[in-house]
Design a protein around this ligand. Structure first.
Ligand code: CFM
Length: 552
């Protein structure tokens, strides 16, 4: 047997769970789901098992996933405050990508533009679906331009736009011709493209590389300048990283895209390092910036106090300045005082409790850091839309089969930029850093970080979630708004790890303190355990008509 630590949960039998969960399916569905539910069982140093990921959800199964448009507009571009973003489509698509993700922004001065409070949509109607909506999009964009005079405008396609064939890219070109100096670009990010929001990330990454990153050289002042890729400032997470970086004497040139502005993005290539938080949504930009501008990248996590310290130490190591290293250590020591106090208090309540996480494409991994710090055992985890590399690590990328759904998404290739390519380190310096433990261009994936005998479920559905709760009653489930009430109604505390409901930040040190306190509160609260659904008290419900028959 493996000498890896085993999830400390006596009755938990992931093999049995898998067998029972699959039992409910038809043979075809069973075959597919059996490759998406795996037991993370392996010998020490052996590769983690292969999982099937980034494939279509089986029709009829309720999925947690979002759409391609959500990944492009909602996720990657959404948090940028001063690119005026117009959604070409029905009003609902716009409304649900506006504000619900809680990506915050801080406008430096009243003169700076901020379009976050506005929702721009063409509000497509039936007659435009029949006769075409391009004219309406053009008119909407002109109207918005006249009112706001933005530096950049982005146009987003929703499902009907692709079906009726409106040329959003032509409208963007016309806008640029009509308004010299305006940077206008459009996204063919129709909701149905690809199998999830992951396709939208890729489409957004491509366009940012082609139209935004590298078009100016107005960098921020600072000696040690880096970009954070894949951090979206949900509940103020990026604010916490900015606070810490400031204290340590580091400069964040640009965050893609939490609390970001257009000017910072256009000069992102002037930074000397890219650190990647959410690998899934932004690894394409990291790779392309390395090829085009010579900026090395490595993966970090700012979720979890220890992970935060590790991340900043790695950054200091990369820049290699002793003064900087000392400043980083000083801040870590200062910050850890409050962290340790909060952690010790929470630890007593949380230790030994179990948790299952099913979140997006990176958080199901990152948040395990915080639960571990509380002494909790992760028994099951899964992503909604991540790819195999996010589970098994980047080294398996060459063995991923590219299917028709992925081929649907434009692949762009970049070349070293004639003027702006500049290696940041010599090959010898890079080798030295590698020897010191910095893994450039790598992500080891979630499964390699998890104990043996844990359950990994890709694109979990209601049936499997309900079964997990019924059979194994995790003490906490971390997931999203779509799962929240299903979980709570079964008496299990639920931590919403997408928008954090009304809470956050959870990143960095202050974030860790918030998280510890909240998890202890969730574990000591009783309302959901006390509440009984009507069917629990009276298994059979009967209905009767109550109406006034007028005395007849
Ligand atoms: Fe990256 Fe995200 Fe996530 Fe994501 Fe998302 Fe999100 Fe997420 Mo919701 S970019 S993959 S598409 S960390 S919106 S901020 S919480 S599913 S785990």
């Amino acid at each position: 047997m493996s000498d890896l630590p085993v999830a400390d949960y006596m009755s938990f039998d992931p093999e049995k769970f898998k067998e029972e969960a699959l039992d409910a399916y038809s043979s075809k569905a069973n075959k597919k789901r059996s490759r998406q539910i795996v037991v993370n069982k392996r010998e020490q140093n052996e590769a983690v098992p292969e999982i099937l990921a980034n494939t279509r959800t089986i029709p009829g199964i309720l999925t947690m996933r979002g759409c391609c448009y959500a990944g492009c507009k909602g996720v990657v571009l959404g948090p940028t405050r001063d690119i005026l973003q117009i959604v070409h489509g029905a009003i609902g698509c716009s409304f649900y990508a506006w504000g619900t993700r809680r990506n915050k922004t801080r406008v430096p001065s009243p003169e700076d533009q901020n379009f976050m409070p506005y929702m721009f949509s063409t509000d497509l109607q039936e007659d435009e679906i029949v006769f075409g909506g391009e004219k309406k999009l053009r008119a909407a964009a002109e109207e918005a331009y006249k009112i706001f005079h933005p530096k950049a405008m982005a146009l987003f396609s929703t499902c009907p736009v692709g079906l009726i064939g409106d040329d959003v890219h032509k409208v963007a070109r016309e806008l640029e011709e009509a308004h010299p100096g305006l940077n206008a670009f459009a996204f063919s990010c129709e909701g149905y493209k690809g199998v999830s929001q992951s396709a939208g990330h890729h489409i957004a990454n491509n366009k940012l590389m082609m139209k935004v990153i590298g078009i100016s050289e107005k960098s921020k002042p600072g000696k040690y300048r880096f970009n954070i890729l894949g951090e979206y400032n949900i509940g103020g997470d990026a604010f916490e990283m900015e606070r810490l970086a400031d204290k340590m004497g580091l400069t964040i040139q640009c965050t893609l895209s939490g609390n970001s502005c257009y000017d910072e993005m256009t000069a992102a290539q002037t930074a000397d390092l890219n650190v990647v938080m959410c690998h899934r949504s932004i690894n394409y930009v990291a790779e392309m910036m390395e090829t085009k501008f010579g900026i090395p990248w490595f993966k970090v996590e700012f979720i979890g106090a220890d992970a935060t310290s590790r991340a900043f130490r790695k950054i200091a190591e990369y820049f290699g300045d002793d003064e900087l290293k000392a400043a980083v250590e000083k801040v870590i020591a200062e910050e850890m005082v409050d962290v340790e106090k909060a952690r010790t208090e929470a630890y007593e309540i949380c230790k030994g409790k179990t948790v299952a996480l099913f979140v997006g494409g990176s958080r199901a991994h990152h948040y395990q850091n915080l639960f571990k710090e509380l002494g909790m055992n992760v028994i099951a985890a899964g992503y909604e839309f991540a790819h195999r590399d996010d589970y098994e690590g980047r080294k398996i990328i060459p063995s991923i089969t590219v299917d028709a759904d992925s081929r649907n998404i434009e692949q762009i290739s970049v070349q070293p930029d004639e003027k702006q390519f500049r290696p940041r380190k010599t090959p010898e310096e890079m080798d030295k850093l590698r020897k010191e433990g910095i893994r450039f261009d790598d992500y080891k994936g979630m499964m390699n970080d998890m104990p043996g005998n844990t359950l990994i479920i890709d694109d979990i559905n209601h049936h499997e979630m309900e079964m997990l709760i019924e059979k194994y009653h995790p003490d906490i489930i971390a997931a999203g708004i779509k799962e929240k009430y299903v979980v709570q109604k079964q008496g299990i505390p639920m931590k919403q790890l997408h928008s954090y409901d009304y809470s956050g930040p959870y990143a960095g040190y202050k974030g860790a303190v918030n998280f510890y306190k909240e998890i202890s509160r969730l574990l000591t609260q009783t309302p959901f355990k006390l509440a009984k659904a009507p069917w629990q008290e009276h298994p059979e419900l009967t209905a009767s008509y109550v109406y006034n028959d007028g005395g007849r």
